[in-house]
Design a protein around this ligand. Sequence first.
Ligand code: BGC
Length: 402
Amino acid sequence: MKKKAVALVLAASMISAVLAGCAAAAPATTEPAAEAVEEEAEAPAEEAEAAPAAEATGKTVGIAMPTQSLERWNRDGSYLKEQFESRGYATELVFSDNKIEQQVKDLENMIADEVDLLVIAAIDGESLSQVLADAKDAGIPVIAYDRLIMNTDAVSYYVSFDNYTVGTLQGQFVVDQLDLDNVDGPFNIEFTAGDPADNNAGFFFNGAYDVLKPYIEAGKLNVVSGQTQFDQVATAQWNTETAMKRFQNILASYYSDGTVLDVALCSNDSTALGVAQAIETDYAGDNTVLVTGQDGDEANLANIVDGKQTMTVYKAVANEAVATLDLGDALLNGETPDEGLIAASNWDFDCAYDTSSYDNGTGIIPSYLLVPTVVTKDNMVEELVTPGYYTQDDAGYLHPTN
Ligand code: BGC
């Protein structure tokens, strides 16, 4: 009965993702999640092909992802489900349509279902204190997945990529491409950041801005709009259309007189998609604008192949799911994991144990931080196709394998 409710919620959120017509919600990415739900309803203990059937633990892991309309969370959801099931856990996977109240409700349901562990990528990091107090009362450990959950002492650990480094990689890419240490410019740049409700968004923006600030102060980079504060450049819900409209306004207000735009620093791919669209339709110049991103979403990788985006910062969410499994497994076995988990788990990817960077308002949350990678047209096959994350079609475009 509970499983059916989960399936219905999922079906509804997938339909709304499709209705929203979001470029990221291509059928290829929503289908696997739909299948996963059915499998879950009928045969929860079924294993991923790679792993031998693990003995059922009798425990259930609740996995709450924000939405299916932003491409990566589909991948995260299915990787997490696959990982936990491969070690004998049943799973409940929900996507909450980017609606805060929906996520609270979904979490309440999972707590009522007596799940044994919650893995949560928050929609709004500030809005879960109440529901997570209930999780704590019920003795359910909580892992903040990818996004830190603020102002609650119910969160035991945080698993993510090094979010500040994501930003510094974007900033350094701009420095290197424009050869800012040797060339005076000046070059014109505009910033687009993420959702203020997402604790990651500030880290991404600050990482990029801290690298570029000295060049802005030296007059080598010029922010023509003058918009250099996070609040001025943020994008609610990381929404593609919101980013596009803001950028159209910037182009109309500051660049319609022939002023050249050299760089559009975008914190992630969903915003970069909107910005690239605005540049394509509304930018008067004919130079190629350097556009940054993050995630390796399918449409953005196509834009990179087509020269409409220059780079993306890729985060192997398959590995993020592996780290979350080992951490979750340790918690469910009554351990108190620390740095030792990394060596003990024998991961084939780099991960740092961090006990200083992420304070959620109740204290530092111990964090496992994976390492992001710069992907461009030149290294996309080596970084994405060779490890098996994507396949490449005959026209050169990449398609996610999960
Ligand atoms: C994630 C990014 C993602 C963004 C929008 C952030 O919290 O870390 O990978 O692009 O949310 O979904």
